[in-house]
Write a protein that binds this ligand. Structure first.
Ligand SMILES: [Fe+2]
Length: 384
């Protein structure tokens, strides 16, 4: 069983199956975008073959890009694929696959707007290519957002456009079961962090808070035993839906400081995205409450911000801000996600480069201002 959501309508589940949906698109030229190995190893390939039937063999396939895609990967794909006149992209994979597909959705249609990246790049403003996103990890929620991450020389850029939002998301928990616990753990922490960050984000509104609450409820219900129950399809179904709602929440509110700090942890140490976010998130339960009266508050007034933090803690049911940080660390430990990076003496100089690479746009979404000293302390905390 799987669910299909129409992303362009408000959280609208459609009563159709994938094969009928693809017939309705009436696309002659289909591009199927997948990861390099995971696709054939998972049940995703069989799922697509059975749903697309003869359209599957007639499709174009592409998987020549890395996790956390770089500008070189994008330029290479544009060169290879621009003559194919693609009308529909089906992205079947993890967050990087779906992020990359969203970039192709706009840049295969109009390659000119990426030519001078990152010098004069503008967010893309048009596309007539349709897209269906099928996550095989639960999840990043990338299928429900209108932005993608693109790296250039280890620096992270966020490309955003309404035209990048996939038209439909297909949520099939059975194709998410095969991944290793390590991958699943990083993904569930990404989804959980996104929902928590969305809840306290400067950009939160009533709609994003509604989605964040749904995500937090669905993920929190299973998180303590996820390392034991991750092969249970009912558990995975809740987590996949929770991840989707976390995507819908940050599609409105954007993420905040833990995400801002995570991108350099990923690019310098190769730590997977969700894992990297989770390494600092717990501390922000304390920072966003205890520093709120000392550092400037970026949003609302101080009392509304404190009420929002209290509402979040009540929803989670983990006690005060110190207990929330402790609880977060125990969740990370249960999932086997290390909170420390071991560096040799030569590598310790990396701290200045880490601080310089922090994503300031996402940092400004944090409800409490984060100083350079705060950032250095947070990075020193995770380095041994
Ligand atoms: Fe994320």
């Amino acid at each position: 069983m799987y669910k299909i959501f129409h992303n362009t309508k408000d959280d609208h589940e459609v009563e159709t199956d994938l094969s009928d949906l693809i017939v309705k698109f009436d696309a002659k030229k289909i591009l199927i975008l997948t990861g390099q190995n995971s696709f054939s190893e998972s049940k995703a390939e069989n799922f697509l073959i059975s749903e697309l039937k003869d359209k599957y063999t007639k499709s174009n396939f592409y998987s020549d890009f890395e996790n956390n895609p770089k500008i070189e990967d994008l330029n290479h794909a544009i060169q290879k694929l621009s003559s194919k006149e693609i009308e529909l992209i089906i992205a079947c994979g993890g967050g990087s696959v779906i992020d990359f597909a969203k970039l192709l959705k706009v840049y295969l249609y109009d390659a000119s707007s990426i030519l001078d990246f990152p010098g004069k790049y503008k967010n893309p403003s048009k596309s007539q290519i349709s897209m269906i996103a099928i996550p095989t990890t639960a999840g990043t929620g990338s299928e429900a957002t209108h932005f993608s991450v693109l790296y250039d020389n280890k620096k992270k850029y966020s490309i955003a456009s309404d035209h990048m939002l996939p038209d439909y998301s297909v949520l099939n928990s059975s194709i998410c079961l095969n991944a290793s616990l390590k991958i699943k753990s990083s993904c569930v922490i990404d989804a959980f962090s996104q929902a928590i960050e969305s809840f306290w984000s400067v950009g939160a509104n009533l709609e994003s808070i509604k989605f964040a609450k749904q995500a937090i409820y669905l993920i929190n219900k299973h998180i303590d035993n996820f390392h034991i129950n991750h092969k249970d399809e009912n558990v995975m179904s809740d987590i996949l839906l929770g991840a989707h709602y976390s995507g819908k929440a940050i599609n409105i509110s954007k993420t905040t400081a833990p995400h801002a700090l995570s991108y350099s942890i990923t690019s310098f140490f190769g730590i997977p995205h969700g894992h990297a976010v989770g390494m600092t998130l717990g501390e922000f339960f304390i920072i966003n409450e205890q520093l709120a009266s000392m550092n400037a508050v970026n949003c609302r007034d101080l009392s509304s911000h404190m009420l929002q933090m209290e509402a979040l803690r009540e929803l989670l049911g983990w006690g005060d801000c110190i207990s929330c940080n402790d609880k977060w660390k125990s969740i990370m430990k249960n999932l086997g996600l290390n909170m420390q990076v071991k560096l040799n003496d030569g590598q310790k100089k990396v701290i200045d480069r880490l601080v310089d690479s922090v994503n300031t746009e996402r940092l400004s979404n944090n409800p409490v201002s984060i100083t350079k000293e705060n950032i250095i302390k947070l990075y020193l905390n995770i380095i041994s």
